[in-house]
Design a protein around this ligand. Structure first.
Ligand code: HEM
Length: 227
């Protein structure tokens, strides 16, 4: 799909530009083999446990530098404690893997690459960090809810309880309103056009990094096919 005019036209609100710029990548992530097979029920709960463990590395990277980023003029407005997911992931992992969940947990190579890139942005490039923040948190507030519904049903996990807490934003009463405000923040991003374009590119890169994790997970969990 060619890049749309919205992506390249600076007169278009930045929230629209980033959504348009990553639309194709979003479709690919949504339709990745691993996500489709996991949510389609052809993989066991092990796949969900492994996926949740990988998310822990990603969110630790996203949230480790929150205090410093909160002080930053560009990234600061996006740092909202109600989005933080590390504690929720830890509760889910205790439920899914037991109290020693951390002992055998290791990042896949793609997860390590992704987390390293997030941390690099968090430490050195607030604009790039926003691209990663957007890709994960706005996705969790949107398609994440679809994943939660499937996971609860497929593996009999408690509704909005331990095992799926990652997808439950207790402190966000109205996700639609929250997303509207988030998009308004994107539209007020205080950076010039060149930097905006660099952020759009980093957004695409964030999706590619997510897809690489799915690819490695798919290799680890081949779908059970009828013999
Ligand atoms: C089962 C897989 C997925 C489904 C069903 C799904 C579905 C959706 C839907 C329906 C929306 C639109 C929500 C709205 O307009 O309020 C959305 C938005 C979004 N999703 Fe996904 N998604 C999936 C996977 C992903 C993945 C893997 C990522 C990235 C890691 C992602 C990132 C996003 C982002 C950033 C948005 C916000 C777009 C915007 O309005 O700017 N999604 N998703």
């Amino acid at each position: 799909m060619p890049e749309t005019t919205e992506t390249t036209d600076p007169a278009i609100p930045f929230s629209t530009r980033i959504r348009e710029a990553t639309a194709r990548e979003h479709e690919e992530a949504e339709n990745s083999t691993f996500i489709s097979e996991m949510l389609g029920g052809s993989l066991g709960i092990d796949s969900y446990r492994r996926y949740t463990g990988q998310l822990w590395f990603i969110y630790r990277a996203l949230e480790k530098h929150s205090a410093a980023l909160a002080e930053d003029a560009v990234a600061g407005p996006f740092i909202k404690p109600e989005l933080a997911r590390t504690a929720e992931l830890e509760r889910d992992l205790i439920h899914l893997s037991g109290p020693d969940w951390h002992t055998d947990l290791a990042p896949l190579p793609a997860t390590a690459d992704y987390a390293a890139r997030i941390e690099e942005c968090a430490r050195t490039w607030p604009g790039g960090y926003i691209a990663h923040h957007y890709t994960r948190y706005l996705g969790d507030l949107s398609g994440g809810q679809v994943i939660r519904g499937h996971a609860e049903k497929l593996w009999d996990l408690p509704h909005r309880g331990d095992g799926v807490r990652f997808y439950v934003f207790d402190r966000i009463g109205n996700p639609a309103a929250f997303k509207r405000e988030y998009r308004a923040l994107l539209d007020r991003i205080g950076v010039d056009e060149l930097e905006q374009r660099r952020i759009l590119d980093e957004g695409k890169r964030a999706f590619v990094l997510n897809r690489a994790v799915f690819t490695e997970l798919a290799a680890e969990f081949p779908a059970r096919r009828p013999s």
